[in-house]
Structures are given as C-alpha cells and as structure tokens.
Design a protein around this ligand. Structure first.
Ligand SMILES: CSC[C@H]1O[C@H](OP(=O)(O)O)[C@H](O)[C@@H]1O
Length: 362
C-alpha cells in the first residue's frame, strides 16, 4: 500500500541476505524501517511488536528461520530457531503455521541447499499472503456494497477494532482490505476506528493507514461502539483474527468480544476477515483451547505519544503501586459471528462452513 505515493510491503528481503521491515512501534509519527540480519533480530522484532498482526508475524517468522538457516543449516539449529520464534508470541497461529511449513521443507533437504530454499519459501509465503488478503478484499467488498445498497444517500458506517489493515499483513490486510476495495470502487463509506487500548493499534496504525488511503474515518474511545450501535450509527463491524478454530470461534485483539456482544444485541452484522493460514484446524473450543498472550503490565500503566515539541514521550497513567494485568486477546464464540470472510469466499462461522470452503485443509 502507499506511503507518500510510494508502494510498500511491510517486509521485504534484500540481496545481501538481510530482511527489512517497517517499524510499527514508531508509527504514526515516524516512518522508519528496521533491518533484520539474524535470528535474534527476528525474534526481537516479533516479541516487541516492531512487526505485528497474525499474517505478518507468520511471514517474519519464516524469514527468521531463513536467517537462522543461513547462519547454521544443521537440524539442531533449525529446531532451536523454530522453538525460539514460535515462543515469541503465542496466540496468532500463523506464526507456528509458517514455521512448521518451513521446518518440514528444510529438514527434508540437504543442509547445503537449506539457505536458498528457506528464503524462497519465506518469499512464497509472503506472496501468498498478499494475494490472499487481496482476495479477502474482493470477497468482503461485496458485503459493503450490499450494505450501501440498503442505505442509499449516505455512507456505510463500518466499525473496526485494532489494526487488521495492510500493516498486519504483507499488503492489503484482512479486515481493512474490503474497505480499501469498496472505497476504490467508489462506495461511500466511513470507518469508526476503535482506539484499541492498551497499545492503541487503532488510533495509531489503522488511522494512519486509512488517512494514507484517503478513507474517511473517525477514531473513537474503545467503549463508544455499543453507544454508536444503539443509535444506528454502525451498519456493520469487520475485524481480523489471530486464530480461528475449526468451528468458527474467533480469537482477536482484546475487546473484540465486547463489540460482538454489542453488535448481537443491536442486530448489527459482525464479520471476521481472515486468510486460511489463521484457521487452527486442531482446535474446536476457542475459549478453552487458545493460548492467550499476557503482555507486560507497563503497556496498561503507561502510554506513549507525541509531545508538543514533537518528541515521543511516555507517561504513567496509574498511581504508583497499582497492579495491572494485560491480556492481549479474547475469544468471540462462533454464535456471535455473522460470517467469515476468507480468500475463497464468505462462509458461516461453523465447521460445516469452513469445511465447505477448505475441504483440502480441513
Ligand atoms: C489479522 S491480525 C490483526 C490483528 O493483530 C492484532 O494483534 P497484535 O497487534 O497484537 O499483533 C489484532 O488481534 C488484530 O486484529
């Protein structure tokens, strides 16, 4: 997608064997990139959320394993790198999915061929992700067009949570891809952007993306969505997913479940957009089975932003000594999900719905 008229992906390899990625911890106030030259760099980039979003951490994990294989192609080094990368963030299944795919390929090949194979496969995963997200955009844009037809004469109001735009993937994104496609097709729309405490991916990243693409949007406090729905100001909700179980339970950024409850209570369609790499076919009950990442409490007790002098400043919100907890994700049960938007089509959030679209993967 575009930044100052130039097309960027979120991550790309260089001929010198390093990988470059947009540093998302600095957005929206500074656009900088970071070089990943070794396994340690990739692990740190994922853990500290320099790169984030389920599809993107999968691709970064794949490049991380490639960097490890370049340094040492032995089986033991690949296994160790796989374990370290997989542990960097536990909830989004794309990370393990990509790592498992690469490990299987590499361990079946002679060590001398592993470096080239690994970079090739990581690039293939990146390209597949960009294509899948663009297809999600086409599938989901049809839903937005349908909503526009129901409300002629005014923009379609869409609420989204966190950042499931092109920054969460390689390009296009998941939940925002249908919005970009519909906007480019001339559908009048407006996006309510949940700020998404505690890391504020909505206020910082989604607003940055939508502004860059010229999509009308308004940032709202996380707790405003229910109020807006009660007053008819939300036509549909689209969010992303970090792991979707085979029966359609959806794990996404903390706070998503509350939006789904409010949407259900107000008859607002609640859609989840995801590539098939986000489906965990081994799990059924998301609440019982999905590991929920708990991050450092300082992300709750402190907040960063741009001060009047332009410098990035971090301030404390809570009283000294108040304990805090920081769960990163929650699970929305399938019964609250109106439909899943995937690269192969839109389906019910159910095992039957997913199996029908993905008989080869189920
Ligand atoms: C499709 S993943 C986008 C997704 O990423 C978020 O998590 P994080 O910023 O912590 O990586 C969140 O769950 C979003 O919906």
């Amino acid at each position: 997608m575009r930044i100052q008229s130039r097309h960027y992906r979120t991550i790309w390899p260089h001929a010198d064997g390093t990988v470059e990625a947009i540093d998302q911890t600095l957005l929206p106030h500074r656009f900088e990139t970071r070089r990943l030259a070794a396994l340690d760099d990739a692990v740190a980039a994922i853990a500290t959320m320099v790169v984030r979003g389920a599809p993107l951490i999968g691709v970064t994990g794949a490049y991380g394993l490639a960097l490890a294989a370049a340094a040492d192609p032995a089986d033991s080094a690949i296994e160790e790198a796989h374990a370290r990368l997989a542990a960097a963030r536990p909830t989004a299944v794309n990370l393990r999915w990509a790592l498992d795919r690469l490990r299987a390929l590499l361990l079946a090949a002679p060590p001398l061929e592993r470096r080239a194979l690994a970079f090739g496969e990581a690039a293939a995963i990146a390209d597949e992700d960009a294509l899948a997200c663009e297809a999600i955009g086409d599938q989901g844009a049809a839903l937005i067009c349908a909503a526009a037809a129901e409300h002629p004469g005014r923009p379609v109001n869409i609420l989204t949570h966190c950042n499931a735009g092109w920054l969460c993937a390689v390009d296009w994104g998941t939940a925002l891809a249908p919005i970009y496609k519909a906007a480019r097709d001339g559908v009048p729309l407006h996006v309510w952007v949940d700020e998404t405490r505690p890391r504020n991916q909505g206020a910082s990243l989604t607003a940055f993306e939508l502004g860059g693409e010229g999509v009308p949007h308004t940032v709202i406090a996380d707790n405003a969505g229910g109020h807006l729905m009660q007053h008819g100001l939300v036509d549909l909700v689209i969010v992303g997913s970090d792991r979707t179980t085979r029966r359609g339970d959806v794990c996404n950024k903390i706070g998503t479940y509350l939006k789904a409850l409010a949407a259900h209570d107000n008859g607002v369609p609640f859609y989840v957009a995801l590539p098939s790499s986000t489906i965990d076919w081994t799990m059924r009950d998301g609440v019982a089975e999905i590991p929920i990442e708990e991050r450092d409490p300082s992300e709750v007790t402190h907040i960063s932003g741009r001060a009047a002098d332009g410098a990035t400043t971090r301030v404390q919100l809570t009283p000294d000594g108040s304990p805090a907890r920081n769960w990163g994700f929650d699970v929305t049960p399938a019964r609250l999900v109106g439909a899943l938007i995937t690269e192969r089509g839109v389906c019910a959030a159910s095992e039957a719905g997913l199996r029908q679209l993905f008989p080869d993967l189920a």
